[in-house]
Design a protein. Structure first.
Ligand code: ATP
Length: 957
């Protein structure tokens, strides 16, 4: 058995014993190495071997082709499994582990897609990866580095592995927020940690916000399209009539405003060379007029353009990072890139990677422009390295062949785009794959649709948004995407619908003059376009690149449905029409669809998510009343203001009081509404609270999962919890796992701003058994990876790894009781004592021993105090009295509402105005009420009126 090791394995303490044990494992002598299998769902494929009396070795088995290898992961020193990076705090009882032999273990080995025969070091992200020689060479090369690679060539994987070795502050930035988030999760997968490093993963917009949050909102394509439509109509300019809005925006963003020195002046713009603009010199005056209108529209509509901001922000950008990575650099303009590089402490400490064949967004990217940014530093230019990754780890062999064929056509027809992107891709994966060209016939489409419409493993792509209408008539799958939407997605099977037939003329141009003989070479030679004034690449770039992106979305098979199967392009791609289409599709389960919906939601593909919920999941609204803020208010009015007869509303309010822990409401119900049962609040709170979600305490998960299938993963229970919140509050780890597995949303909140983690924390803070029991596992599962706050100036991302993270969440959970429980009524702020009391029984894995010390904690709060002068101050808190802190009232929190990110002022996010309904103003409480009012005033929010329940009483004093 071959022995492999992960990159940061440290065996120095046990060198001899380690050699002996791996020799035994290599000989498949599991008995000699005293191998035991670890049990537990989270680490089911791990084994341990015995090094000596005290130390153990953790490993796992991998299979590459027919060979099984053992991957050595970690040395466990002195039986201390609790410290293991792979076991994450699990308690292991050595006596209970069972011996296993090599043959049995080998049968469960996980597949490894590629194994470099020369290298025994394995990199670990979400899965083990063996770098090929080119990846390995880049991995070892010093920065600055530029990595050019095709789709699926492992750019992101390589980049993240390089980032792991950086000391100090490291930044990963990329265009899409989704990619930044998934890169972060890949980075920290398998318990990776690096002392002495602070890594931040941001989308480009978040990066801009981390310097200073621009006022207003980013202008999206939708905004632009709406505006352009109006302008086009009002100006009645015949020249603008036939022009596509995408092209105008591309010209503005990619040409006029993209340069490092800011927007071009009219003179400079008019003087651009023929290949530097989409538009002919004669049209440019008009374009510049339009650009000026665009600027005043942005201002009036309170929108911003990231290019223009990038230029303005240069003066604000201070050197901060020790290393910067920019992924998908082709999506970023030179002025944006210059802003990112301006935050480096030392020039040259960066890595850029991207693929110019994948540009379908408005953009005028060129590698030459990117390089010119650092060519100005002569020393950097010398050290600069450009590496090309030419393997493809994602697509099947046949797809790669077709995609390469397209690259050859593009190069023959238009010349090489640049030296950097002039290469073909090698397929590494074992999958052969099939590419089928089939005629656009009704019976064939019907049959195909029948097979794929219920499968999450098939997606249909069209070139443009407007092409969807026609496609929808034949394909009823919710997974229908335009090429702009499809970028970055990946499916096992992809159907391309009328990509070429609907754009026959353009593809005729693209294939013009190219012959089969031109495409026989296995390499691309560097060739310039025949005619330097030929701008056709710019015009046709969208079509070729869109087809290239579409072809590289499938991991296994492609189906091209075309009316014009005789088009020359197919001949050049060596695709011949098939009479029938072989499709092996199975209906996916509802769980698969729930997961798919969640995945797409995270990527912002709301249209497809809605279609899945509407057409496949067919979820209906819940048949019970949901006591959210509006419904609770209605009840308060009924019971206290209108004094409506009948016991039901009073009982419902009591249920609310128990579930949301409102002792004051219970007191009002008892004293002012005559509900005697409410006097038992302290004794009955927990049992009544649980009544509304009793199914969530059961080991049998069926009932809850059935409800999720009927009403959706995010439906609301009577007390306005989502299923995930209720499962968290019930401490039901298995149910939480099942819900997350089906795509439940960790970030969803109730009307007090509590998410599932907060519901679990509230229980852990008041119940010892909960804190030391299920909470450890719940935290691992539920904690969002970061919280984004706006300090009034800049975005601060509080990552789960930062000490501030758990403190912030604790403040969040302890906020409401400060106004409703009367215990700290005289301050409505928190001190170390209150926080440490809440943390008392939590596992060490959540709050480490050293972070539970008073001086450490007060130092942490003081360092983040809004008025404190400290370079890394995150300005989270405000000191209200000696040693007592509250949130900084100027903070805003990033929340997702109706599919859009919005900044919500912190006291609004915590719903302080509604908390006011449960904060009495009678004697003994007036201080809490006063503070509540002063917080509202400080945050510039409207004054709180008297609680509805108190209206009939004496009023505020
Ligand atoms: N050496 C390797 N062996 C096996 N799998 C690999 C290797 N390198 C990368 N991969 C895998 O191939 C897939 C594509 O890699 P990655 O996402 O890093 O590529 P990329 O170049 O960033 O792709 P794209 O530009 O299309 O987003 C991932 O699943 C990654 O884990």
């Amino acid at each position: 058995m071959k022995i492999l090791e992960i990159a940061d394995l440290d065996t120095s303490r046990v060198r001899l014993a380690y050699q002996k044990v791996i020799a035994a494992i290599a000989n498949r002598d599991f008995r000699g190495a005293q191998v035991r299998k670890l049990t537990g769902a989270a680490y089911a494929d791990l084994y341990r071997a015995r090094l000596n009396d005290a130390d153990r070795l953790i490993f796992r088995l991998l299979r590459h082709d027919d060979e099984v290898c053992a991957l050595m992961l970690e040395v466990i020193v002195n039986h201390d499994y609790g410290k293991s990076r792979f076991l994450r705090g699990a308690v292991i009882d050595e006596d209970k582990l069972v011996a296993c032999d090599a043959a049995e273990a080998e049968s469960g080995a996980r597949p490894l897609r590629y194994l470099n025969p020369e290298v025994k070091i394995i990199h670990l992200l979400d899965k083990p990866i063996s770098f090929d020689d080119v990846q390995d060479a880049v991995f070892r090369a010093p920065p600055p580095l530029v990595i050019v690679g095709g789709a699926g060539s492992g750019k992101t994987a390589l980049t993240l592995e390089k980032l792991k070795h950086v000391e100090g502050e490291a930044l990963y930035v990329t265009h899409s927020a989704y990619l930044a988030q998934s890169a972060r999760n890949l980075y920290y997968a398998n318990g990776f940690e690096r002392a002495g490093q602070e890594a931040t993963f941001l989308s480009y917009r978040e990066f801009v916000e981390s310097i200073h949050v621009p006022p207003g909102r980013e202008a999206a394509w939708r905004d632009f399209a709406g505006w352009f439509q109006r302008v086009r109509q009002s100006v009645k300019d015949p020249e603008l009539r036939g022009v596509d809005g995408h092209q105008i925006l591309e010209e503005i963003r990619g040409v006029i405003t993209a340069g490092e020195r800011g927007a071009l002046s009219r003179e400079d713009y008019l003087a651009l060379g023929v290949r530097q603009s989409i538009f002919a010199a004669s049209q440019r005056g008009r374009l510049y007029d339009l650009f000026e209108k665009y600027l005043s529209w942005l201002k009036d509509a309170k929108l911003y353009d990231l290019n223009l901001i990038a230029h303005e922000w240069r003066a604000k950008a201070a050197p901060r990072y020790d290393f910067v990575v920019i992924d998908e650099v082709q999506d970023i303009t030179p002025v944006e890139l210059a802003l990112v590089l301006a935050t480096l402490r030392h020039p040259g400490r960066f890595l850029l990677c991207g693929d110019s064949n994948q540009i379908v967004h408005p953009n005028f990217f060129s590698w030459a422009q990117v390089k010119s940014l650092f060519w100005r530093e002569p020393e950097l230019a010398q050290r600069q390295q450009l590496s090309m990754l030419t393997a493809n780890f994602r697509n099947s062999r046949e797809e790669t062949r077709v995609a390469n064929q397209l690259l050859k056509i593009k190069q023959r027809r238009f010349g090489s785009i640049d030296r950097e992107s002039n290469f073909l891709v090698r397929a590494v994966g074992a999958e052969a794959g099939v590419v089928t060209l089939a005629p656009d016939k009704d019976d064939l489409k019907r049959e195909l649709n029948q097979k794929i419409r219920q499968s999450t493993r098939f997606a249909v792509l069209v070139m443009r948004e407007e092409d969807k209408i026609e496609a929808r008539k034949h394909f009823t799958t919710p997974l229908l995407f335009s090429i702009h939407e499809a970028k970055g997605l990946e499916y096992e099977n992809i159907v391309l619908y009328r990509f070429i037939s609907d754009h026959r003329a353009e593809f005729n141009e693209i294939a013009d003059g190219v012959t089969a003989q031109d495409l026989t070479a296995d390499e691309l030679d560097y060739r310039r376009a025949k005619d330097k004034t030929d701008k056709s690449l710019e015009v046709y770039k969208f079509f070729v690149n869109a087809l290239y992106v579409a072809l590289t979305r499938a991991t296994a098979n492609l189906y091209l449905i075309e009316s014009d199967t005789g088009h020359r392009l197919f001949e050049l791609l060596e695709l011949t029409p098939a009479g029938r289409v072989q499709v092996d599709a199975k209906q996916s389960s509802l769980e698969d669809w729930q997961r798919e919906a969640r995945k797409l939601e995270l990527q912002g593909k709301q249209e497809q998510v809605d279609a899945i919920r509407r057409d496949i999941l067919r979820q209906s609204p819940v048949p019970w009343p949901v006591f959210d803020q509006a419904k609770t208010t209605e009840l308060l009015i009924k019971v206290f203001r209108d004094r409506a007869p009948g016991g039901k509303p009073r009982q419902q309010l009591f249920d609310i009081a128990c579930c949301h822990d409102e002792p004051v409401l219970a007191r009002w119900l008892a004293r002012n509404a005559g509900l005697d049962a409410a006097r038992q609040f302290d004794r009955q709170r927990d049992s009544i609270a649980r009544k509304s979600y009793s199914a969530y305490f059961s080991k049998n998960l069926k009932e809850v999962l059935y409800q999720c299938a009927s009403y959706g993963m995010e439906h609301r229970l009577p007390m306005n919890q989502t299923p995930l919140m209720a499962a968290a509050a019930a401490g039901n780890v298995a149910l939480v796992e099942a819900l997350l597995e089906r795509g439940a949303d960790r970030q969803n909140i109730d009307h007090f701003g509590y998410n599932a983690l907060h519901w679990a924390m509230r229980e852990a803070f008041r119940d010892r058994a909960f804190a030391s029991g299920p909470f450890g596992a719940l935290y691992e599962l539920l904690a969002p990876s970061s919280v984004d706050v706006n300090t009034g100036e800049r975005l601060v991302r509080i990552d789960q790894r930062h000490a501030e993270y758990f403190l912030f969440q604790t403040f969040w959970v302890l906020f409401k009781p400060l106004f409703t429980h009367g215990r700290s009524q005289d301050i409505a702020a928190l001190d170390t004592r209150a926080i440490l009391a809440a943390w008392d029984d939590l596992p060490i894995a959540i709050v480490a021993e050293e972070r539970r010390k008073k001086p450490y904690l007060s130092g942490l709060m003081a360092r983040n105090e809004v008025d404190r002068d400290y370079a890394y101050n995150r300005r989270l808190f405000k000191r209200r009295a000696l040693g007592r802190y509250q949130f900084n009232s100027a903070l805003a929190l990033r929340q997702r509402r109706n599919g859009e990110d919005v900044w919500t002022p912190i006291f609004e996010a915590l719903n302080l105005p509604f908390i006011a309904e449960f904060t009495p103003s009678d004697f003994g409480w007036n201080r809490a009420r006063q503070l509540l009012r002063s917080y509202l005033a400080e945050a510039g929010m409207p004054e709180a009126s008297l609680p509805i329940a108190e209206e009939g009483m004496n009023g505020e004093n």
